[in-house]
Design a protein. Structure first.
Length: 192
């Protein structure tokens, strides 16, 4: 059984109607002799499922970009932080849900708030069951002509990785440098 699943149990009588999706297990001893049974169903713990997706995205970042991205546990204490740290210049927010077709506005607002605080680019990485991983970025991350506009693009994870790699080699001025001089990009091992 995957780590993000839990089992919910209910004590009931054998004459009760069993809800769909529940398994029935007979009980031993006095309770069993009186006709009592145990119902159980597998249920998904949403927080554990989200944490597992964060770990999966961190592994994908390492595999595709070579950065040792890891979960930012400070995110639970401070509301203006992303889920993952370790990809230079980016604040990463991860969302994993069972159903849906596109991201929610509040998810994008959350990551843009964190990115503004960190002076980085935001990326919202999300996935619904039986659908591919999708990434939302400002259009200016793809085309600088859109700088300062709120237009966004939804791209695949591989496309986002390409955007990250292109940005790491870009010699454009960093907006947070007061001298207006390009800053060296720090790679995953700490060297410029």
């Amino acid at each position: 059984m995957p780590r993000h699943e839990q089992i919910r149990c209910r004590y009931a009588h054998c004459d009760d109607d069993v809800p769909d999706g529940w398994a029935v297990y007979p009980l031993d001893g006095w309770h069993g002799a009186k006709g009592y049974v145990l119902w159980s169903e597998h249920m998904t713990n949403g927080r554990a499922k989200g944490a597992q997706f964060e770990r999966d995205v961190a592994r994908m970042c390492h595999s595709s970009l070579g950065f040792d991205a890891k979960r930012d546990l400070e995110q639970y204490r401070s509301g203006d932080r992303g889920d993952l740290i370790g990809v230079p210049g980016w604040v990463i927010e991860c969302k994993r849900y069972a159903s849906g077709s596109t991201y929610r506005d509040e998810w994008w607002a959350q990551v843009t708030k964190a990115a503004d605080a960190a002076m980085c680019e935001p990326v919202l990485i999300y996935k619904f069951d039986r659908q591919p991983v999708r990434c939302v970025v400002f259009l200016s991350a793809i085309n600088p002509d859109y700088w300062g506009k709120d237009d966004v693009a939804t791209v695949s994870f591989d496309t986002w990785c390409m955007i990250v790699r292109e940005g790491l080699t870009d010699e454009d001025r960093r907006p947070n440098d007061p001298r207006g001089v390009s800053q060296p990009v720090v790679r995953g091992n700490g060297s410029a």
